[in-house]
Design a protein around this ligand. Structure first.
Ligand SMILES: Cc1ncc(COP(=O)(O)O)c(C=O)c1O
Length: 371
């Protein structure tokens, strides 16, 4: 028996999306961003599908350790770096690369005296995101201090991150590129700026390394397009099924709070998916849902385990019919708009209750679970 709610993952699509990155940035090395459990798709599965990629980026040390323990030998950068000596030692033990963005990190490096245990670093310049990184006026001093540290693998790599690369009308990105290039002029070390939006839209930001995240999962980084329109292929399809079908009459109120009132008699379907699975609690009435391949609107409030949809009259729907919440034919970008959120948050928010199933195994889930 298949689980009620599950997500089908198309790993061929991951490989296709990586080749799209390479065609946009043919002379750059690729640091694939697979933090937050591979944007909700499964860290190890995505790492495997991306092989042999030049490097991975994760947010936290424990994500890097998980990759190492699973046997991945690729370079792995930890985007949040480390905050204490214990984490620093783990970076060394597991040969992870640290993003260096704070004075505390410089001090920890300066206290280190073990020349046989070195750590590659990505020194981060804050060019305007105002999150992590040294300001331009502090950068040269941080660079010189790191250069003296016996435990820093030389040369020091250099990076920044964009705040508004998804908006082509905003002049912040060219200003960030300019400040980065000015500040690092003459310094040795490899450079990295571009996230997905910049890879697709800001060619002047492509340097030694690019750092694609969301586009690897087939999702557009831009608010007004879908991944498919950009030549990407969606990786995740969120599925469930109808568990009840019933007639409702004009005047009937549906769901918690009775917030939706039926205007004329129709057939209603109940789908086994809810915010307990990561379906967005604030998806509006009208959000499209595919039932048996047909678009129907969400009605009533999203509850923890169920949603309700208007199947319309004269249709033959029955419990067990397949439902797609997003995926082929129903872009996750479109659902994000209906729910006033971003597709990043939707895929990252799929909960542990949802079984992640590789497309290859979809037709024989029983065999999959016996692996
Ligand atoms: C430092 C850094 N680089 C690259 C990325 C990848 O961004 P995107 O998923 O928009 O490609 C992220 C994601 O948040 C990031 O924090």
């Amino acid at each position: 028996m298949t689980p009620a709610a599950y997500a089908v993952l198309n790993l061929d699509a991951v490989r296709h999306n990586l080749s799209k990155v390479r065609s946009c940035a043919p002379s750059a090395k690729v640091m694939a961003v697979i933090k937050a459990n591979g944007y909700g798709h499964g860290l190890l599965r995505i790492a495997e599908a991306l092989q042999p990629v030049d490097a991975f980026a994760v947010a936290r040390v424990d994500e890097g350790i998980r990759l190492r323990k699973a046997g991945f030998k690729n370079r792995i950068a930890v985007l949040e770096g480390f905050t204490c000596i214990e984490e620093f030692n783990e970076l060394l033990d597991y040969q992870l690369e640290a993003v260096v963005h704070s004075v505390i990190q410089l001090e920890i490096f300066e206290a280190g005296t073990e020349p046989n245990e070195t750590c590659a670093v990505w020194l981060k310049l804050d060019t305007g995101m105002n999150r992590l990184g040294f300001k331009a006026k502090e950068f040269s001093s941080a660079y010189q201090r790191l250069k003296q540290c016996t435990q820093v693998k030389q040369p020091i790599n250099l990076m920044t991150h964009f705040a508004c690369a998804d908006d082509f009308n905003d002049d912040k990105t060219p200003k960030q590129i300019c400040l980065f290039n000015e500040t690092i002029a003459g310094l040795s070390g490899e450079r990295s700026m571009a996230n997905s939006a910049a890879i697709l839209g800001w060619k002047q930001s492509l340097s030694d390394w690019v750092r694609p995240g969301v586009m690897l999962y087939g999702i557009s980084p831009f608010p007004d397009s879908t991944g498919q329109q950009l030549g990407l292929r969606p990786v995740m399809e969120l599925r469930s099924r109808l568990i009840a079908v019933k007639q409702i009459e004009a005047g009937d109120k549906v769901g918690y709070g009775g917030s939706w009132t039926c205007e004329k008699a129709t057939i209603m379907g109940v789908v086994a998916i809810g915010y307990g699975d990561g379906y967005p609690r604030y998806a509006k009435v009208g959000t499209p849902v595919l039932v048996g391949g047909r678009r129907v609107p969400l009605i009533g409030r999203v509850s923890m385990d169920m949603i309700t949809v208007d199947l319309g009259t004269g249709v033959h729907a029955k419990p067990g019919d397949p439902v797609t919440l997003w995926g082929d034919g129903l872009p996750v970008e479109e659902i994000a708009q209906w729910a006033d959120t971003i597709p990043y948050a939707l895929v990252c928010g799929v909960t542990q209750r949802v079984q992640l199933v590789e497309k290859h195994y979809e037709l024989n889930l029983r065999q999959y679970y016996q692996r």
